[in-house]
Ligand binder design. Structure first.
Ligand code: AP5
Ligand code: ZN
Length: 213
């Protein structure tokens, strides 16, 4: 399967991705995670993206299209993939269609993590992550066994630099202005499944499984 997860910051894309990935043996391609790794490693790409990400704005289409173009050609992604956080502009969606067209493939399903903005601040400001594994916790909704430590490795957890109430405002604005049109783009192709992303994680998982069955 070739899937796209679309939703505002904190809607649960990164939380559901590992479950979908294991259920269907797909590769998980999260442009945000890849960009944060590049920032941490201070690669040329990371140096270009850092400031924009910290402001909560979208990095250039060119940068992320390049990352995805390379990633979807990998042998491990030939059985299918989950795009988490990409495409985020109509221009990115058009480029993606073009890349897949060349391979003779297409997007099977777009999962729309629909949720009210008002819920997202609490989700974002309470999030703690373990970057090496991608595991995500929440102080209230999904606390780790030991405060501040990853359940599996015991490594310290960190908070994302853009996970403040203030930067969230810019991220939400970018979502409504630039990413919502992508949902319309795929609706016209008849591949969008609507999720109730405000429900508890397990119920969202059930909805995802129904949408993909
Ligand atoms: P990115 O990393 O993609 O961030 P985002 O879209 O803002 O999404 P988040 O990762 O914040 O949310 P999520 O839906 O994954 O939430 P999660 O599951 O963790 O992008 C970051 C930046 O990179 C962008 O701002 C931009 O600068 C750049 N970028 C990336 N891709 C780009 C692109 N294509 N083009 C241009 N620029 C790009 O959940 C959040 C919290 O809530 C967690 O603590 C979790 O435990 C909790 N939670 C999850 N589900 C539930 C639930 N059902 N109930 C209660 N709590 C829940
Ligand atoms: Zn995420």
């Amino acid at each position: 399967k070739r899937l796209i997860l679309i939703g505002p910051p904190g809607s649960g894309k990164g939380t559901q991705s590992p479950i979908i990935k294991d259920d269907y043996c797909l590769c998980h391609l999260a442009t945000g995670d890849m960009l944060r790794a590049a920032v941490a490693a201070k690669t040329p790409l990371g140096i270009k993206a850092k400031e924009t990400m910290e402001k909560g704005e979208l990095v250039s289409d060119e940068l992320v299209v390049g990352i995805i173009d390379e990633a979807i050609k990998k042998p491990s992604c030939q059985k299918g993939f989950i795009l988490d956080g990409f495409p985020r502009t109509v221009a990115q969606a058009e480029k993606l269609d073009e890349m897949l067209g060349k391979q003779g493939s297409k997007i099977d399903k777009v999962l729309n993590f629909a949720i009210d903005d008002a819920i997202l601040e609490e989700r974002i400001t309470g999030r703690w992550i373990h970057p090496p594994s991608g595991r995500t916790y929440h102080t209230k909704f999904a606390p780790p066994k030991v405060h501040g430590l990853d359940d599996v490795t015991g490594d310290p957890l960190i908070q994302r630099k853009d996970d403040t109430a203030e930067v969230l405002k810019s991220r939400l604005e970018a979502f409504h202005r630039q990413t919502e049109p992508v949902i319309d783009y795929y609706s016209k192709k008849g591949v969008v499944a609507q999720l109730h992303a405000e429900k508890p994680p397990k119920e969202v998982t059930t909805e995802v499984q129904k949408a993909l069955a």
